[in-house]
Design a protein around this ligand. Structure first.
Ligand SMILES: [Zn+2]
Length: 254
């Protein structure tokens, strides 16, 4: 049996729920990613990471990947460039919550949300908390890019602020996953993140989008990106996502 939820037939889905399988929901977005990357960058990375993680788990636990969320919330600043779909955050939360509730209705108790789009950090947490509150099922939430931060730190060339949006990180991963969709001749370094925020994300928050002004639609330095780095980042994201799924599957919920 494959790992794609949408390719299963109804009786197979019932059996998967019965067997306590994990369902993973990749959450991306459709938005401009500078002049050099496709607008499906976030969704492509989310799906490919989740599918690779599911394969790495080799059925222990059994794991199925849903079709991704491809339309969500982006800040208005990105609408300066064509290709951005902007749903209100409340709509995204409601959509996620109803998808999660549907899974619970089918009998699934182990659900993981994997988000690759920074603007969704808050909404995926809210939706997960709402499901836990209303249905007594606590989804796991994982941010694959953050789990590969050490690889970028050790192997990346752009340095501080070079990977905010459509920079070294995403460009490298797309050069590895879908080089035919990347136009490196159009890549330019632009509006590197200037604010060196001295707090962790759990300690304090300021939206950095109020501190930046890109000309190209990229934020960072995509010109130093390589497929080799992208391969390392992708493998780290997949392995760490698989590790999280296995850990989450082992959590006893009341
Ligand atoms: Zn992105």
């Amino acid at each position: 049996m494959g790992i794609r939820f949408s390719e299963l037939r109804s009786p197979q889905i019932g059996a998967a729920a019965e067997a306590g399988a994990v369902v993973i929901l990749p959450v991306g977005q459709t938005e401009e990613h500078g002049p050099h990357l496709p607008v499906n960058t976030d969704a492509t990375i989310a799906v490919r990471v989740c599918e690779e993680a599911a394969r790495e788990l080799e059925g222990s636990p059994p794991c199925y990947v849903l079709d991704p969320i491809c339309y969500g919330y982006s800040q208005k600043a990105l609408s300066a460039w064509p290709g951005v779909f902007r749903l209100p955050q409340e709509t995204v939360i409601a959509t996620l919550t109803h998808i999660l509730k549907s899974l619970v209705g089918m009998g699934f108790r182990k659900i993981v949300i994997a988000s690759t789009h920074g603007h969704h950090d808050g909404v995926v947490r809210v939706a997960a908390r709402a499901l836990a509150d209303e249905c007594g099922v606590g989804p796991g939430v994982v941010f694959p890019s953050a789990l590969a931060a050490d690889v970028l730190e050790g192997q990346g060339k752009a340095g501080w602020g070079g990977s905010c949006h459509a920079g070294e990180f995403e460009t490298s991963v797309m050069l590895h996953l879908a080089p035919e969709l990347v136009d490196m001749s159009a890549a330019v370094p632009d509006d590197r993140l200037a604010l060196r925020f001295p707090y962790s994300s759990s300690q304090a928050f300021v939206s950095t989008w109020t501190t930046q002004q890109s000309v190209s639609g990229a934020y960072g330095d995509p010109t130093v990106a390589t497929a080799e780095l992208g391969k390392l980042l992708f493998e780290k994201m997949a392995t760490e996502t698989a590790r999280f799924v296995r850990y989450y599957h082992g959590i006893k919920q009341t």
